[in-house]
Design a protein around this ligand. Structure first.
Ligand SMILES: [Fe+2]
Ligand SMILES: [Fe+2]
Length: 258
């Protein structure tokens, strides 16, 4: 199956006109498409199915407990499918069934090790204050983000170990946050703030054929070898912000094969 991947278009401030990639059978939107949600209507009448996972900025200024359901309705109104701790199986033209498993994942702040968690959570406050989201009416702070992140991780671990029993032939995981420090933005390296972007989900990587993510405003395409043979491909096709040079050379028609 040929799959088009876009993320971090940040249409709340950026000008970008998404176009369907020739030959793609599905479009994945890996979060931070538009914090106002208005930009989702650009994908109305898309020629192939569109699966969406929310990014952190889809919750800017909102209560995360209510906004997920509202975003689902908002997406459904223009024909898009929001996946939130959910999987969908889709068959390609050859009848091969691909399972798409998605969750925002958030950040548990443990990517640099448990001993660094507190430092990482302190560094995360800056981003969370800018988001200004709430959770059941209280600030969606680093502790609340970690709780949500651990729930996403637990769901993902269970879902990825569920036996296929012939229901799918391959698995693509889509998260907004990155599954490995290997996806850290090379501009910033490994520092406490990195834990607001990457998780140490390396042990889960072998359970997916492809893992796509967004959130880091850089692009990635690397392979991780499994201990028992085989590899997982990790992809990020984030656009980011023009004024920071992040969108230079962006290929909005990028597809991958699964
Ligand atoms: Fe982003
Ligand atoms: Fe993000």
């Amino acid at each position: 199956m040929k799959v088009q991947l876009l993320s971090d278009l940040h249409l709340e401030t950026e000008s970008f006109e998404p176009a369907p990639a020739p030959g793609a059978e599905l479009l994945l939107l890996a979060g931070d498409i538009d914090s106002t949600w208005a930009g989702y209507k650009r994908f109305r009448d898309w020629p192939v199915p569109v699966f969406v996972v929310a990014g952190n900025h889809e919750f800017d200024g909102r209560d995360v407990t209510q906004a997920a359901a509202q975003l689902r309705t908002h997406c459904a109104a223009v024909g898009l499918v929001l996946l939130d701790k959910q999987s969908r199986v889709m068959a390609d033209a050859q009848g091969r069934r691909i399972r798409f498993t998605a969750t925002p994942r958030w950040s548990d702040f443990d990517v640099l090790g448990e001993a660094q968690r507190e430092r990482c959570q302190r560094a995360g406050r800056y981003f969370l204050q800018r988001m200004a989201a709430t959770h059941h009416g209280l600030p969606f702070d680093a502790a609340a983000v970690r709780t949500e992140a651990l729930a996403c991780r637990a769901w993902l671990a269970e879902e990825l170990t569920r036996p296929a029993q012939g229901a799918w032939d391959a698995t693509v995981v889509m998260t907004h946050f990155a599954p490995s420090l290997r996806s850290a933005d090379p501009r910033y390296g490994h520092q406490p703030g990195t834990a607001s972007f990457c998780n140490a989900d390396d042990a889960l990587l072998p359970l997916a054929d492809v893992w796509v993510h967004g959130h880091l405003h850089c692009r990635h395409d690397y392979r991780v070898d499994h201990p028992g043979g085989g590899t997982t491909r990790v992809l990020c096709n984030a656009r980011g912000h023009v004024h920071k040079g992040e969108a230079d050379g962006y290929d909005g028609l990028r597809v991958f094969e699964v």
